[in-house]
Ligand binder design. Sequence first.
Ligand code: KMH
Ligand code: ZN
Length: 278
Amino acid sequence: MTVPTDRLLITVAPTGAETAKDDVPQLPTTLEELVETARRCEAAGAAMVHVHIRDDAHRPTLDLGRLTATVEALREATDLVVQLSTGGSVHDPLERRLKVLDAEPDACSLTMGTTNFGDDVFSNPWPFITELYQLSQEREVVPEFELFDLGHVASLRRLLATYGLPYGGRVHVDLVMGVPGGMPGTADALVAAVGALPAEVTSWSATGIGRSTLAVALASLSKGGHLRVGMEDVLTLAKGVPVEHNVQLVDRVVELGRLAQRVPMTTNEARELLQVRP
Ligand code: KMH
Ligand code: ZN
């Protein structure tokens, strides 16, 4: 099956690691909330979920037991492609981030370089990137290459040239734009990044952090790209209008996609596009 070119892959990133539950009580932080969110977002048109989890105190965690239970629960409740974050929070040690693949997700994020992240540093040294990449190849987990900056495009090129293609043979990229310290969330930056992508890239999506969310979504649709949305990346629908549920963000890009004559990709089509393990 070839996925028709008018299909729009929508990935929902419902939780993230940065926002405190106390500040945003509607953030899905428990397993029950996450599963309910995933179900609603799948029904609305999402085909993949990018997952960060929290502990009982709603703090970010990479606890392997919880990650494994989360993958199982999401598989039970939905047909979404389950992508675990290997980025975690800026405080997670690299060894813990490598262990994420032990939870046997369909896919994982793989950030292509260190970046300033607000007042913090999101650390992704080259040896860590190569180890995680080779682990993903061995474990048959499809990586989503997260590019926060143009320099990350060069690192992706180097990675593919040195270690070959990912498991499944497809190369899917997500441009994460508008992080303070990374590339700006503008149409100009998106065009520059897409123009620089190596020839091996078979699909790409983009997400704009905070206020850049709409500019990036519109630019991505204009360039034929896919979309990631969710409360990991944006907490308001407009100035002073909080997101009450992730499904609102999915609904909004389904509508933008409709205007751009793009049809939400089914989960089966997403599996085909990304060549996730059967
Ligand atoms: N929480 C950020 C420091 C990923 O999920 O791979 C990293 C992040 C990227 O969210
Ligand atoms: Zn993430």
